[in-house]
Write a protein that binds this ligand. Structure first.
Ligand SMILES: [Cu+2]
Length: 141
């Protein structure tokens, strides 16, 4: 093999490597857009709306308005969590919880959307989630 050919091959290989690196960098995913959601907690043991969908890793801000006469809260839990004896300890993320909100009050809180999957929004006030105060929180990849 001539010296010239070796140099030419070396240059070609380097060029390919650089192109591969550049391609990887250029394909970098853009950060998910921040999302603001508002939910009402109602005495009929439901949320309005009952579902939400956000992108994984998105900064999420939730405003929870207790529009009932009872106490309610909004907490994110893993799918399949036992709803019969919920406490704040069951929260998927400590920050993904409104805290128990008195009638007519509201709270705004923020968290980062977890990995893609299906999660549940629950009210931890005893009896509320088993009575149906459960929502679906979908995280898309
Ligand atoms: Cu409730």
């Amino acid at each position: 093999m001539s010296k010239k050919l070796i140099v030419l091959l070396a240059v070609l290989v380097m060029g390919l490597l650089l192109a591969a690196c550049g391609g990887g960098g250029g394909g970098e995913a853009t950060a998910p857009e921040p999302v603001s959601l508002a939910f009402a907690g109602l005495d009929e043991f439901r949320y309005d709306p009952e579902t939400a969908s956000v992108a994984a890793g998105a900064p999420v801000t939730v405003t929870f308005n207790n529009e009932g006469a009872l106490e309610h809260d909004w907490m994110l839990v893993a799918e399949g969590t036992d709803l019969s004896a919920l406490t704040a300890e069951d929260a998927l993320l400590p920050e993904a919880h409104s805290g128990v909100i008195a009638a007519g009050e509201s709270n705004t809180f923020s968290f980062t959307a977890p990995a893609a999957g299906t999660y549940q929004i629950v009210c931890t006030v005893p009896g509320h989630a088993p009575a149906g105060m459960v929502g679906t929180f979908t995280v898309t990849p």
